[in-house]
Unconditional design. Sequence first.
Length: 256
Amino acid sequence: MAGVWGIFEAGTVGSGSGLPRGAGFTATGTVEYKLPVRILAVDTTTARGSLALVTDQGVAAESRSTTQEGHSRWLLAAVAGTLEELGLEARDLDGFAVTVGPGSFTGLRVGMSSVQGLALGAGAPCVGVSSLDLLGLAGAGEGPAVLALVDAQRGEVFGGVYDRGGRPAGEPRVGTVESLVEDLEGGAAFVGDGALRYRAEIEALVGGAHFPEVDLFLAASLGRVALEALRAGRGCAPGELRPLYLRAPHIRKPRS
C-alpha cells in the first residue's frame, strides 16, 4: 500500500500552540505514514472531556466524559480501552494531539502530560491547538464574527474573536463578558460553554447575538485539525508543547 510522505519541519498550529515560530519538531529526511494515518486526540480543557482516534476515513472511536472531579480518573483508562478495542498499541499511532488551553489548569496538566507521555513512548510527534481556535472553527459561517468563550470561573471568560471563516481576528484574552464584547458588531455568533453560561448577559449587550449549536466535546475536531497539520509538516516534539493559560493560576490559601 502506498504511503503518504511528509517532512516534519519547524512550525506551529493555531494561535494557541504555545510555540514561537521557528520552534518545533525538526527531522531530517522523510517519514512514511501508513494508510490510514491514525491520530489520537485529547481535550481536557473543560468539564467536557473527550478523546478521539481520527484517521483519513473519519473518527474511528471516541470517548466522552462530563465531570467536575477532574479527568485523571477516566482518561488513561479510556485511551487503553480505545486502543484495545481497535487492536492497536500506542506505537501504532502516527501522532498525538491535545488542546493546550485556555481552560482548567488541572485539566490542561492532565491532558498535556498524558499526551506527552504517550507520544514519547511511541516516538511520535504532537500537535497542540487552542481550544478557542477549535470553537472558532466550529462557529465558522454562523455570523460576520464569531466569539469563542470558555468559562474561566470567577465571573470571567477566556475569549477569542474569529472572522466569518473561523480565522483568528485578534489575540485571545481573559476578562468579563462585557469587556470582551464591547467592540463587536451586531449579529455575531457566540460559541462555547462561556457563551452558554452568560447568554442572557450577552443578549443584553450585543444586538442580534445568536448561539449556534456546536459540539463542545472537542477531541474529534481536534483530531481532524491535527491530521491536516501533520500532513503539512507542522508537528512538534512532545516536550515542546506549551500551555496557553492567559492568566496565572488561582491558588487558595490554606485555612489557619
